[in-house]
Write a protein that binds this ligand. Structure first.
Ligand SMILES: Cc1cc2nc3c(=O)[nH]c(=O)nc-3n(C[C@H](O)[C@H](O)[C@H](O)COP(=O)(O)OP(=O)(O)OC[C@H]3O[C@@H](n4cnc5c(N)ncnc54)[C@H](O)[C@@H]3O)c2cc1C
Length: 313
């Protein structure tokens, strides 16, 4: 049986209280959200915090709202809540795509969005998702509130810009017309971490967006956000492929070329989930598949769910 080392436990009653506890117990204190990542790491003695500060009672950090033209997700929102949120699905289909393929219902019922992002596992599905959506993270600390773009949030594997004494409180995404998004993941089995995955968000010009004719060649891609999971992409993003798509015609040839560019510029490693060249192939193929679905979504057409589960690639 694996047992964590002795640890003090404190239950925060408000965000201010959590920050006060973080200040009181210093850098050896850790926030406890869903505990699905932290507790197994403590059992394996990979981390040994002196104090756990439990934020599970902080309902003020559990919400999904649309205000000020942005979708706002509180850091303590559970995966299952995001999957169930009509507002999230209406504006960003990718959020439901990604949540549908994260772990299993037990993990999704208690694991949180903030915990996922702060754990900063390179294979974690939401980092690339929020990178594609160019989300903004809100962090509170002793000196006040600061915001950080999603692409500057992670500083390396298992590392983020959230400093000791700080708390991630919100993730927000600007809502813009003419957009479509999708997440494509291949894992070894259902509910597993990805071998590779691609997160895609695109915006079309007026003619090709929802309500427009949108035929092959009839629309331009005005903006693109491409994220890659588990393939060593810098900031979880495929910046060169995004650059290629900006202003490109929304044609199959553009989507295929963007996939090739994404594959060329990622940096996967061989491991127990697969060899590097297979992962690179997946990065390209899944980017193109995601783009196809995001395009249909932007045109207001029905979009089938993601092709997760390790087949067909
Ligand atoms: C069996 C299993 C399968 C999984 N499969 C997948 C998968 O397929 N895809 C995927 O993406 N993920 C997967 N996960 C990971 C899962 O999504 C995360 O473990 C979980 O969401 C982490 O959230 P948590 O609330 O449990 O975080 P915790 O374990 O409580 O915390 C994780 C870390 O974040 C810190 N932290 C938490 N919240 C905050 C905050 N608000 N501010 C500052 N720091 C904070 C903690 O101190 C800790 O260091 C899997 C997990 C398990 C156990």
């Amino acid at each position: 049986m694996q047992v964590p080392a002795y640890v003090e436990y404190e239950k925060a009653t408000s965000v201010e209280h959590a920050l006060a506890l973080l200040a009181r117990f210093g850098p050896e204190a850790r926030i406890l959200a869903g505990g699905h990542s932290l507790i197994p790491m403590m059992k394996l003695r990979l981390v040994q915090p002196e104090t756990l500060i439990d934020i599970n009672g902080l309902s003020e950090l559990s919400y999904i709202t649309v205000t000020g033209g942005r979708l706002r997700i509180g850091a303590l929102t559970r995966h299952a809540q995001l999957l169930d949120s009509a507002a999230a699905g209406e504006h960003f289909a990718i959020l439901h795509d990604a949540e549908r393929v994260i772990a299993d219902p037990v993990v999704r019922n208690w694991g949180t969005i903030g915990g996922s992002l702060c754990q900063a596992d390179p294979s974690e599905d939401l980092s690339a998702t929020f990178a594609a959506l160019k989300a903004t993270m809100t962090i509170r600390g002793p000196d006040g509130v600061r915001t950080v773009p999603a692409r500057e949030f992670h500083t390396g594997p298992y590392e983020t810009v959230v400093a000791p004494g700080e708390l991630l409180t919100e993730i927000s995404i600007a809502i813009r017309p003419g957009g479509g998004s999708a997440y494509e993941k291949v894992g070894r089995r259902v509910g597993d971490w990805p071998i590779a995955a691609a997160a895609v968000a695109i915006w079309l010009d007026g003619e090709g967006g929802a309500g427009g004719a949108g035929g092959e060649g009839g629309a331009k891609i005005t903006e693109a956000g491409l994220g890659l999971t588990a393939v060593g992409a810098r900031h979880f993003a495929a910046a060169e492929a995004e650059e290629f798509l900006r202003g490109a015609p929304a044609t199959e040839a553009s989507l295929a070329r963007a996939g090739q560019i994404a594959a060329e510029h990622c940096n996967p490693s061989s491991d127990q989930r697969g060899p590097a060249d297979y992962k690179r192939h997946l990065a390209g193929e899944l980017t193109t598949r995601g783009l196809r679905r995001a395009l249909r979504c932007a045109r207001g057409l029905t979009v089938a769910g993601p092709s997760a589960g390790g087949r067909d690639a």
